[in-house]
Design a protein around this ligand. Structure first.
Ligand SMILES: NC(=O)c1ccc[n+]([C@@H]2O[C@H](COP(=O)([O-])OP(=O)(O)OC[C@H]3O[C@@H](n4cnc5c(N)ncnc54)[C@H](O)[C@@H]3O)[C@@H](O)[C@H]2O)c1
Length: 322
């Protein structure tokens, strides 16, 4: 059944891809984004665009909406360490205002972008949703605070809510892809080397207890992620807050990612070995069993070369336009 959804942060990377999937599924989409890290041209054609802040969501939310997909946030881990107040304000105060506006307007369905950073250093991998949540930076802490807020909102006020804890999102979906500034994610950074925009890629430590000594991460294609959001909208149940990890359940090392970019782009990609970064766990891999069981999610684009190829195509197209 088609519905009307508010997509906060729909001018950003993940929000734009999900907004496009909602439109393709026949839904009506209103994007609310203040363009702090997003791009006007990232808003899919067919969506209504409101340039505004989630803290003012009450101005636009009314009972005509069937639900909210909430992506708007700051998400730079390093920045959150030096400017924690920026993260508490935007991610926590902003989400509280949004929840209040939803309550006021009687909009009772929410899908929230949570993160693997809520877990911190894992005691066991693959990581399950019942694992201890001990974030190691203010970004992860701010997202965990919102998860707690949502749990209370569901229990006390009947919100139907799903938090999706993404691991490393990568890839692109047609005209919608990743272009953070500054960029901190591995795949787009290595692609910048392939494009000649960066001389070399830094490898932070090669003495981790992993097969090749470099950190291992779980990469998920942004289109698989988008499909999980549509399933989550449908699965959300009044009074319940479901939390699901989203990953492929398979890890790739930093060196495997770099080698895959070499193969896909045909570029040599020079590497520079750098010291370990504080707070980088050796291995972060998701158990996506809950998403498979509760949402019926079945990711189909786990192949790393395919993920990199889609990101590479997007990166080249964007450069041509600039
Ligand atoms: N990209 C990843 O690998 C990843 C991993 C885990 C979780 N997440 C979460 O997914 C969400 C989307 O991430 P992304 O990579 O697409 O980030 P992004 O920066 O590309 O998109 C975020 C969007 O939100 C907007 N925004 C920020 N604050 C706002 C506010 N107060 N009001 C209105 N709009 C606002 C920005 O302008 C931007 O368009 C974030 O909540 C992030 O924490 C992302």
């Amino acid at each position: 059944m088609s519905g009307k959804y508010l997509v906060t942060g729909g001018a950003g990377y993940v929000g734009s891809v999900v907004a496009q999937h909602l439109l393709e599924a026949g839904h009506q989409v209103v994007v609310l984004d203040n363009l702090t890290t997003g791009f006007r041209e990232g808003v899919p054609a067919g969506a209504t665009f409101i340039e505004g802040d989630i803290r003012d969501a009450a101005k636009w939310l009314d009972a005509s909406f069937d639900g909210v997909l909430h992506f708007a946030a700051f998400s730079q881990v390093g920045e959150s360490v030096v400017k924690p107040e920026k993260y508490w304000d935007n991610n926590v105060v902003g989400s509280m205002a949004l929840l209040g506006a939803m309550r006021e307007a009687g909009v009772r369905r929410l899908v929230f972008s949570s993160t693997a950073a809520t877990y911190g250093e894992p005691e066991q991998v693959p990581i399950v949703e019942t694992a201890p949540t001990k974030p190691t930076n203010p970004y992860g802490a701010s997202k965990l605070a919102v998860d707690h807020m949502i749990t209370g909102e569901a229990a006390a006020h009947g919100l139907a809510a799903v938090s999706l804890r993404y691991f490393n999102v990568a890839g692109a979906y047609g005209a919608y892809g990743e272009r953070h500034d500054p960029e901190s994610h591995l795949v787009p950074l290595v692609l910048q080397v392939a494009q000649g925009k960066r001389d070399a890629i830094s490898v932070f430590g090669e003495d981790y207890p992993t097969p090749d000594g470099t950190c291992v991460r779980d990469y998920i294609h942004v289109a698989d992620l988008a499909e999980a959001h549509l399933l989550a909208v449908a699965a959300a149940t009044p009074g319940e807050h479901l939390i699901c990890n989203l990953g492929n359940g398979e890890g790739f090392s930093v060196r495997q990612v770099i080698e895959t970019v070499r193969q896909v782009t045909g570029h040599p990609i020079p590497e520079v070995l750098a010291p370990r970064r504080g707070g980088d766990p050796a291995t972060l891999v998701a158990s996506a069993a809950t998403a498979r069981e509760k949402l019926g999610w079945n990711p189909s684009r786990a192949d790393l070369a395919g993920i990199v190829a889609d990101a590479w195509e997007f990166t080249q197209n964007i450069s041509k336009e600039q």
